[in-house]
Ligand binder design. Structure first.
Ligand SMILES: Nc1ncnc2c1ncn2[C@@H]1O[C@H](COP(=O)(O)OP(=O)(O)O)[C@@H](O)[C@H]1O
Ligand SMILES: N[C@@H](CCC(=O)OP(=O)(O)O)C(=O)O
Length: 371
């Protein structure tokens, strides 16, 4: 089977701080992507840069802050960005070059089964035809509260969706450092990460440039989503010819995030990444072990307390007493029912209440999110 690589390029690598596209950089990255394409990979690009590319052209002096101004800038910049990629990719391959295809997605598209399946089918057909799908958030329609905001998360969701061989997140730094090197030149680079611990998260700061948005923090969060879905990730820099291939081959300039997880089926991707939890269940250590290590269902006996007023069939988040998120699942009880039976043994629950299923969350309707 042909392997797919998802590459995410941030605004800071494609545009200048003053606004506008850096055509040289676009041409360089397109060269690097074409080399992967020619090596036989299926290549998907997740690109930022629409706002940064468009704000000057539309007449703003600096990157706008207001949502409608950003959306207007993105509407202008997205066209400029695609035009630049179209021109750059036209130079490769046979008869007219590699076709670059625009796909604009929102968070709402991922939550809607039909829409995301349609998007996936389109992406697969484009890859089959040896085109390069170029994905960005659909900034002009994404509402503030539902925005990805940065494209790091979007790229991890895309990598999961297509079951990529690797997610490559490119930025202006050659990997994750123990601290932002812009603030501390003595910070050391982390070569490999196999678990996103609190320490790793504490290393990551915000964006260093005036055009980037997410900084290292959102990249680490993206790596976590990717790893959860069984997709190894790389965060780093591609600055010399051949660097992209090295990054894919596991010897690039950056940090590698390894995973021993299996790919998540579509249903569990929805549960883990796209559903909207209606409440929280706090569980004890025994229940945590059963859910995380034992592949078991959640029973009333392991429940300490609940938060929120949810109904049977809703998605809830499960946390431990230290408030760490363990995962999400579809709950089989009403919130008031759990309140009545929390901490009780299965026999006692059955004695007190008529329930359709004894499991509060069945393991088939559960996805672990704690790494
Ligand atoms: N621990 C860290 N290691 C490396 N870079 C970091 C770290 N913490 C914060 N950063 C900053 O994250 C920036 C990259 O994120 P961002 O500006 O959002 O770029 P992009 O536009 O490529 O997504 C770097 O330029 C750097 O200043
Ligand atoms: N969709 C937006 C992405 C916003 C952004 O700047 O993201 P990033 O540079 O990846 O932190 C755009 O194209 O401008």
């Amino acid at each position: 089977m042909t392997e797919t690589i998802v590459v995410k390029i941030g605004s800071s690598s494609l545009t200048s701080d003053e606004g506008g596209i850096n055509r040289e950089r676009i041409s360089f990255f397109s060269n690097e992507l074409a080399a992967l394409h020619e090596a036989g990979y299926q290549v998907i690009l997740v690109t930022s840069g629409a706002v940064a590319a468009g704000f000057r052209r539309i007449g703003y002096a600096a990157r706008p802050k207001l949502i409608h101004e950003k959306q207007a800038a993105a509407a202008v910049g997205q066209a400029l960005l695609m035009q630049a990629y179209q021109e750059a990719f036209a130079a490769f391959g046979e008869s007219g070059g590699i076709a670059a295809a625009q796909i604009l997605l929102t968070r709402a598209d991922f939550s809607n089964r039909k829409r995301i399946q349609n998007a996936l089918m389109t992406v697969e057909e484009l890859l089959h035809q040896r085109a390069v799908p170029i994905i960005n958030e659909n900034d002009t329609v994404a509402t503030d509260e539902l925005k990805f905001g940065d494209n790091d998360t979007l790229s991890a969701l895309v990598a999961n969706l297509v079951k990529a061989k690797r997610l490559i997140i490119l930025t202006d730094m050659d990997g994750l450092y123990s601290e932002d090197p812009r603030n501390n030149p003595n910070a050391v680079r982390i070569e490999r990460v196999d678990q996103i611990s609190d320490e790793i998260l504490s290393f990551a700061g915000g964006s260093g440039s005036s055009v980037g948005t997410g900084g290292m923090r959102s990249k680490i969060e993206a790596a976590r989503i990717s790893m959860r879905g069984g997709i190894p990730a790389f965060i780093g820099r591609v600055c010399e010819p051949g660097d992209m291939k090295l990054a894919v081959d596991g010897i690039g300039k950056g940090t590698y995030f390894d995973t021993s997880m299996h790919n998540l089926p579509m249903k569990k991707q929805w549960l883990g990444f796209h559903s909207f939890p209606q409440g929280r269940i706090v569980v004890d250590e025994g229940a945590q072990r059963a859910l995380l290590d034992g592949g078991k269902s959640l029973l009333p006996v392991g429940i300490r307390s609940i938060e929120g007023d949810f109904h049977s069939g809703d998605v809830v988040e499960v946390i431990n007493e230290q408030e760490q998120i363990l995962g999400r699942g579809v709950v089989n009880y009403e919130a008031w029912q759990i309140q009545a039976v929390a901490g009780l043994s299965t026999e006692e629950v059955k004695r007190r209440m008529e329930v359709v299923r004894i499991e509060v969350i069945h393991r088939d309707e559960w996805v672990t999110l704690k790494s």
